[in-house]
Design a protein. Structure first.
Length: 260
């Protein structure tokens, strides 16, 4: 199951369909929340930063432009990595933003390599969160900064928000923010600071609902061929997610801390 989930997640986020629904930045709040995270981490020129689960490179490229730091993006999806490298070169920051294929639960970097590690909207999808948190801490230099933004949930969620589709949509294995904090603390990250941004998730879900309707219509009219997508299931999931956000069962939060 763990391997299936990881591969399925990487494959989905490489697809044109994911891009159609989410744009280039695959997390609630987009680059506005990335900037907030970068500020909380105190990023600046000369710092070396690891972006774990870097997707198509939007965050890494932005961080080099906004803060002048050097960023290595690591993602499980080979196509994501290829596209991220091409986009960094196109943006003229290929010397600052690099990308490689890797797994958050077993990073290739040596111990104590980075001044900061960030991970946006992906920790919730890692089947072995304890191991991923330990990897973040391992590759951070002493006193290095860790920043994460992620989906948070209450423990009792409706059945529609379980299962593989919900896992890939970052919902099924999202955890309460205090549980994320617990993994980080256990890995040696201290002085944890938490900030909630549930409104960013509400906005994203609303956006996705609109785009799903548009994509279904285009597919029905055969204007854009979209194969292998079960629109009924996807719309049901989006509706259940929207109800859960409204009732406070799903949310979004930033967590920042420092390696001891
Ligand atoms: C919701 S997207 C977030 C992407 C990016 N951080 C962003 O905010 O735009 C989740 C990403 O996690 C990557 N991913 C999933 N499991 C991974 C793992 N074990 N190691 C590295 N990347 C992983 C997927 O390929 C996908 O790009």
């Amino acid at each position: 199951m763990n391997g299936d989930v990881k591969t399925c997640c990487a494959t989905f986020y490489e697809s044109d369909f994911a891009r159609m629904l989410l744009g280039d930045s695959f997390h609630p709040g987009g680059l506005r929340l990335t900037e907030r995270l970068g500020e909380k981490l105190g990023l600046r020129a000369g710092m070396s930063v690891l972006d774990v689960a870097s997707g198509k490179g939007e965050t890494a490229i932005f961080l080099t432009q906004r803060f002048g730091c050097e960023v290595l993006g690591v993602d499980l999806g080979e196509e994501n990595v290829r596209q991220a490298m091409a986009r960094a070169t196109e943006a003229g920051v290929g010397h600052l933003a690099r990308f490689e294929r890797g797994d958050a639960e077993g990073l290739g970097a040596p111990d104590a390599t980075f001044d900061a590690v960030l991970c946006e909207c992906a920790f919730c999808t890692f089947p072995d969160k304890r191991r991923a948190a330990a990897e973040f801490a391992r590759v951070l230099r002493p006193s290095g900064q860790l920043g994460m933004s992620d989906l948070t949930r209450e423990l009792d969620l409706p059945a529609e928000l379980q299962g593989l589709l919900a896992w890939v949509a970052c919902i099924a294995d999202a955890r309460p923010v205090q549980e994320y904090a617990g993994y980080l603390k256990a890995a040696g990250i201290r002085d944890l600071y938490i900030e909630t941004h549930d409104e960013a998730l509400a906005e994203m879900v609303l956006n996705i609902q609109g785009k799903l309707l548009g994509a279904e219509l285009m597919s029905r009219l055969q204007k854009i061929p979209i194969e292998g997508v079960d629109f009924a299931k996807a719309k049901q999931l989006a509706l259940a997610a929207s109800d859960a956000v409204r009732s406070g069962k799903l949310g979004y939060a930033l967590v920042v801390g420092q390696r001891a």
